[in-house]
Each structure stands twice: as structure tokens, then as C-alpha cells.
Design a protein around this ligand. Structure first.
Ligand SMILES: [Zn+2]
Ligand SMILES: [Zn+2]
Length: 261
């Protein structure tokens, strides 16, 4: 499976997954024009996309979901709790497929398992994506978990057998506390339904590399004001010292490298 982050952060999120026969987007929080331009760079002109999966209703995740779904003529998978928030962005011509958190479903050769994440949205979800492989002895597993205030025991269990985890590393706690955000916003970000710090991401990835089979991690949803890519990377790599997990950062406003598992 190949994975490319098309954008990641509070100004827009969109991630592409390409397996043997399936192409998925998770979120469509950047403009339709940007999504199509960046998809074309990876997949060539008029790319076929099989589905868009939605994590939650914050604008940086759904901004152009209706326009993108109409342009690509693909269905939108959204949780029952999040679906009503998409309505203003839809014309009625899109195909909406509702899921429940913790209830898995299949899209072509990919098994998808949405799981609950703690965040201040209606029904926020992360996703486990497993590729059925005819050739490998073990199916490849990837998880996406961004916009979560804390990593609960249940989430740790979900992420345990993943080869690649795309995990939020939103802020450096010191930078946030000493920064210029209003106090109530700082408290919201730091809360258990806010965003994940570099240290919390590092601790989680260390656990996954020791207890599971983690090979690679991509740090996602970095704050523009309360983090720096080099700092997030340094802190997480310190937690992963002595392991052979490779770590990369998804850029905020351009495409990432192509990650292969
Ligand atoms: Zn977000
Ligand atoms: Zn959010």
C-alpha cells in the first residue's frame, strides 16, 4: 500500500491510500482544486477514487467534501453522528454511506475499522485499514489517528498490530503554554478532548514498537504556532531511541513523501 498526505494540520487535512485495487481519501479539508491537483501528481490525470472517509466534522477535515465527492464521483463514508454536519456541503447528488464506530466494513480489498477517538466533535473517529494480501503471510495494517486529546487504552490496543501509524503530534507543551493563544484555547487543546502533544505521540509510538510490530510512523496535524517539524521529530525520535521505527512528518500545506508498507 502507498500512502501520501496531501495536507495535514489545522488549515486542512487529506490523506490518500492506494492499495492493489483500492484508492481512498481520508478527509477533504483542503480546496477541491488542491485535492485534484495533488491527486493528479500522484495518480495521473482524472484519477479514480473509490471513497472518501470522514474522521469528524471540523472544517479542516470536511471543507470541500461535497465538491470533491461530486468531482470524483465517489461515495462518502461518514459516521451516523457526523453525517448531519455534512449536509450544508452537499447537494443531494452524493452517495452517503453511514457507519458506526467499532463496526468494520469493506471497500474492495481493504478492511476498514473505524474507532472512537476523544476529541471535541460529535462522533470523531480514527481508522484502521488492513489490506488483504494474496502474497504476504501477514496482512499490512495502517492506522490513522489525528485530532485526539489522549490515547486511551482501547486506542493503544487498536494500534498495536499496525505496520505504519499516522499519529497526531500537534504541539510542544512548552510552546503552547508560553505562546500567545488565549487561555481557554490553550486549555481546550491540552484537554483530553483536544489535541495530542509531541511527547504523548512519542510515548504511544514507543509502546507500539515494543509491544507490537510498528515499523514506521508519520507525525500528523502539527500546529503552525505551537510546534516545529524539526522539534516534533526530535522529541518523538528521543522516545523511539533504540528502536528501528522510521519517523517522518506530514507537511502542513503541501504533499508528503510517498510512504510504502
Ligand atoms: Zn483537525
Ligand atoms: Zn478536530
Amino acid at each position: 500500500m502507498r500512502i501520501v498526505s496531501l495536507a495535514s494540520g489545522s488549515s486542512g487535512n487529506c490523506t490518500l491510500f492506494v492499495s492493489e485495487n483500492t484508492r481512498l481519501l481520508i478527509d477533504a479539508g483542503i480546496s477541491k482544486r488542491q485535492v485534484l491537483q495533488r491527486l493528479e501528481k500522484v495518480l495521473g490525470p482524472l484519477p479514480r477514487i473509490d471513497a472518501i472517509l470522514i474522521t469528524h466534522e471540523h472544517t479542516d477535515h470536511i471543507k470541500d467534501v461535497g465538491k470533491v465527492a461530486r468531482a470524483l464521483k465517489c461515495p462518502i463514508y461518514v459516521s451516523e453522528g457526523t453525517a448531519p454536519f455534512l449536509e450544508p456541503l452537499l447537494t443531494g447528488s452524493e452517495k452517503l454511506l453511514l457507519f458506526k464506530p467499532e463496526k468494520g466494513f469493506q471497500i474492495r480489498d481493504l478492511s476498514i475499522e473505524p474507532f472512537r477517538i476523544p476529541h471535541d466533535a460529535a462522533e470523531p473517529c480514527g481508522f484502521l485499514i488492513e489490506e488483504e494480501s494474496l502474497f504476504a503471510s501477514i496482512n499490512k495494517r495502517i492506522a490513522v489517528a489525528t485530532d485526539l486529546g489522549t490515547v486511551t487504552d482501547e486506542i493503544r490496543k487498536k494500534l498495536l498490530h499496525c505496520d505504519l501509524v499516522m499519529l497526531e503530534a500537534n504541539h510542544d507543551i512548552e510552546m503552547l503554554i508560553n505562546g500567545s493563544y488565549p487561555e481557554d484555547l490553550k486549555q481546550r487543546i491540552l484537554s483530553d478532548i483536544g489535541h495530542l502533544s509531541n511527547d504523548a505521540a512519542g510515548q504511544t509510538l514507543r509502546y507500539l514498537s515494543h509491544k507490537g510490530r510498528l515499523r514506521a510512523a508519520v507525525l500528523m496535524h502539527l500546529s503552525k504556532n505551537n510546534n516545529r517539524p524539526t522539534l516534533a521529530l526530535k522529541i518523538v525520535q528521543e522516545h523511539l531511541d533504540g528502536t528501528d521505527v522510521s519517523v517522518a512528518v506530514a507537511p502542513r500545506d503541501r504533499m508528503s513523501a510517498v510512504f510504502t508498507v
